[in-house]
Design a binder for this molecule. Structure first.
Ligand code: ATP
Ligand code: MG
Length: 266
């Protein structure tokens, strides 16, 4: 099982949209996928489980109350399971920080899942902050996958993310953490700015950047309000085509073992 943190400390760049729809597109391609919702906002959970409440969340694994294996729930989508989030997770920032080994809680919690090998990929939808939840996710991950919104300041936040990744490696918490890729999201070819940002990101990070680009379409904003993935909401639209293409590129790169310890240009 490969563990991948879908992460960018910047808010609203498409982490949740990518977590849910990449997970669904991989599942459609018959990969066995587990999505862990590490964000107290719980947006991925509400798309995949609806308003169903009360199931124990990833929080209970972080505080050591339950093993991660006990938290796995099936979803309506074949080959896709979920470890839900809930609002308790918001308190984890403070509670977990007081515990021993507070960076390693999630890594330890996932050991039972690694042993079972019921899944090919565990994707984590990370929150938009550099707090304890994100550090735990990076310490638990084999790889980090970074959605980037095509906008002017896209590169600025990335330097910080690369620094944090390096710090996690250097701390010994996770010496082999690598970068799976960067994904350009919300791309709008009608503006001059987006293609310019794409060029800049590709020049800077080269082959770390996925060829697949996710276009901007209002369908992505609609789908979660109906509790659907884009593949369910608009199966033949440009958004679905893009996430299917992303899943294919992801699997191709995984097969070839393409990852990066350091992104070029650092
Ligand atoms: N390709 C796209 N085209 C248009 N809208 C999009 C696209 N991707 C995401 N969105 C919308 O942009 C908003 C932010 O996306 P999303 O929630 O995936 O970002 P996030 O990085 O998870 O945010 P947060 O940091 O708050 O967790 C949402 O309303 C989502 O529906
Ligand atoms: Mg999110």
């Amino acid at each position: 099982m490969k563990i991948i943190a879908i992460s960018n400390q910047k808010g609203g760049v498409g982490k949740t949209t990518t977590s849910v729809n990449l997970a669904a597109a991989l599942a459609e391609k018959k990969a066995r996928v587990l999505l862990a919702d590490i964000d107290p906002q719980g947006s991925a959970t509400s798309v995949l489980l609806g308003k169903e409440e009360g199931a124990p969340s990833i929080y209970s694994a972080l505080i050591g109350e339950r093993s991660a294996v006990e938290l796995v729930l099936p979803t309506r989508i074949k080959n896709l399971s979920l470890i839900p989030s809930d609002l308790d997770l918001a308190g984890a920032e403070i509670e977990v920080a007081r515990m021993d080994d507070h960076m390693m809680r999630l890594r330890v919690a996932f050991e039972s899942l690694r042993k079972q090998n019921l899944f090919d990929y565990l994707l984590m939808d990370c929150p938009p902050s550099l707090g304890i939840l994100m550090s735990n996710a990076l310490a638990a991950a084999d790889e980090i996958f970074v959605p980037i919104q095509c906008e002017y300041y896209a590169l600025e936040g990335l330097g910080l993310l690369m620094e944090v990744t390096e710090r996690i490696r250097a701390s010994g918490a996770n010496p082999s953490l690598s970068i799976s890729g960067l994904l350009l999201t919300m791309f709008d070819s009608r503006t001059n700015l987006n293609p310019a940002v794409e060029k800049e990101v590709r020049n800077h990070f080269q082959e770390v950047v996925y060829n697949t680009v996710i276009p901007r379409t209002v369908r992505f904003a609609e789908a979660p309000s109906h509790g659907r993935t884009i593949l369910e909401h608009d199966p033949n639209g440009i958004g679905s085509v893009a996430y299917r293409r992303l899943a294919k590129e992801f699997l191709d790169r995984q097969k070839k073992g393409i990852t990066f310890v350091n992104a070029p240009g650092q």
